[in-house]
Design a protein around this ligand. Structure first.
Ligand SMILES: Cc1ncc(COP(=O)(O)O)c(C=O)c1O
Length: 364
């Protein structure tokens, strides 16, 4: 079968990025591989990078179990909230739980009693993201309570930024202050892993990793950056390259409407290529008439509305043929540009390309 639309994932470049980042921060490295590693293949990537990282961060119980079932032995933290019914399977698989509420504490206690096994937890402090976690003032009493339970090991305490990549660092610094004050309030308790930094914060706020034990990195595994002024702040490799094939070429006269909704009309006689990619593959429809691919290094523009499975490209004046390869993204910060155009995050763009139909080819 001919390849239609695919992403090349260069594992060596991901490993290189991990090494560059570890050298830069000098901390332990938790690879955040949640969301199928931002769509790029959690199991495959985790297996290959396990030797180079200290821990894995996932969002859900099923992601954590998938890692363990696949033979991942390094620590795994479910960073997101869970339901009490998940506690037993997590503990049985030696997976760390993010702990901040009585309901989960109670479930942990009952599994300890029932099974006589230990639980590993990281306490979550809500310093201002307002998603999960306990407010700083409630942490000392909660930690005292948790510490009194035999069988619970507090392996970490962490928080998460709301505005880590912003140029205006006021809010992020307030969060950092709150986290530091929280740590001070419990300094007598020995907690080995204190962590708050994510991809944008290591580039934007050095204090977010200095004096901490670990960083949690997702996006930068792929050398993809958030805010424009942080682009290439650390020189990283670009492990992801997206491609699709030209499936059909036609010549159309001036004045021809192209694709649904008639948003594009040719001004002159044009050569139009139909590319085998659409929004089901992750190419966001909002990029219609607003983005380009590369054909043999030359820019070729998307014309008309992107469809579910096909996208029209103006290749006038170029000797493009059916079967030719078009590059969708690669070294030139296209993922970041797409996110900018769509007013969203690069993480969301990558997750979109995580579509099952967008084949992933791993280069080892
Ligand atoms: C709690 C937590 N930590 C770390 C990360 C990694 O974020 P990034 O992709 O910015 O590295 C995420 C991802 O959103 C997260 O939810």
């Amino acid at each position: 079968m001919e390849r239609r639309a695919w992403i090349e994932v260069d594992i060596k470049k991901i490993i290189k990025n991990i090494e560059i980042i570890k050298n830069y921060t000098g901390t332990k490295f938790m690879a955040c591989v949640k969301g199928n590693c931002y769509g790029m293949g959690m199991y495959k990537i985790s297996k290959e990078i396990e030797r180079y990282v200290d821990a894995f961060g996932v969002a859900t119980t099923s992601e954590a179990i998938e890692l363990r079932d696949g033979g991942i032995r390094k620590p795994v933290l479910v960073m997101g909230p869970i339901l009490p019914g998940d506690v037993e399977v997590l503990m049985l698989n030696n997976i760390s739980i993010t702990l901040f509420n009585e309901e989960i504490l109670k479930a942990i206690k009952s599994v300890i009693e029932k099974r006589n096994i230990a639980a590993s937890v990281h306490i979550k402090v809500d310093t201002g993201l307002g998603r999960i976690g306990l407010p700083p003032e409630k942490i000392p009493a909660f930690i005292e309570k948790v510490s009194s339970v035999r069988g619970i090991q507090i392996d970490g305490i962490f928080s998460h930024f709301a505005t880590a990549g912003w140029k205006d660092k006021t809010y992020a610094k307030e969060q950092l202050d709150k986290f530091n004050r929280t740590l001070k309030s419990i300094e007598k308790v020995n907690i080995p892993l204190k962590h708050i930094a994510n991809s944008p914060s290591i580039l934007n706020i050095p204090e977010s990793y200095k004096n901490f034990d670990m960083i949690r990195i997702g996006l930068l595994l792929f050398g993809v950056y958030t805010e424009k002024y942080l682009w290439r702040k650390l020189s990283l490799q670009r492990p992801l390259k997206g491609y699709c094939r030209v499936l059909y070429i036609k010549s159309v006269p001036a004045g021809t409407f192209l694709s649904y909704g008639l948003t594009y009309r040719t001004k002159k006689k044009s050569q139009i290529a139909t590319a085998g990619i659409g929004y089901q593959d992750g190419l966001r429809r909002g990029l219609s008439n607003n983005f380009h691919f590369l054909w043999k290094g030359h820019k070729v523009k998307i014309v008309g509305n992107i469809c579910m499975d096909q996208t029209l490209i103006d290749v006038t004046g170029k000797s493009v043929k059916s079967g030719d390869i078009l590059q969708i993204f690669g070294d030139n910060l296209e993922i970041e540009e797409m996110a900018e155009i769509l007013q969203t995050t690069p993480q969301e763009i990558l997750c979109g390309f995580g579509s099952e139909r967008m084949e992933k080819i791993y280069k080892l």
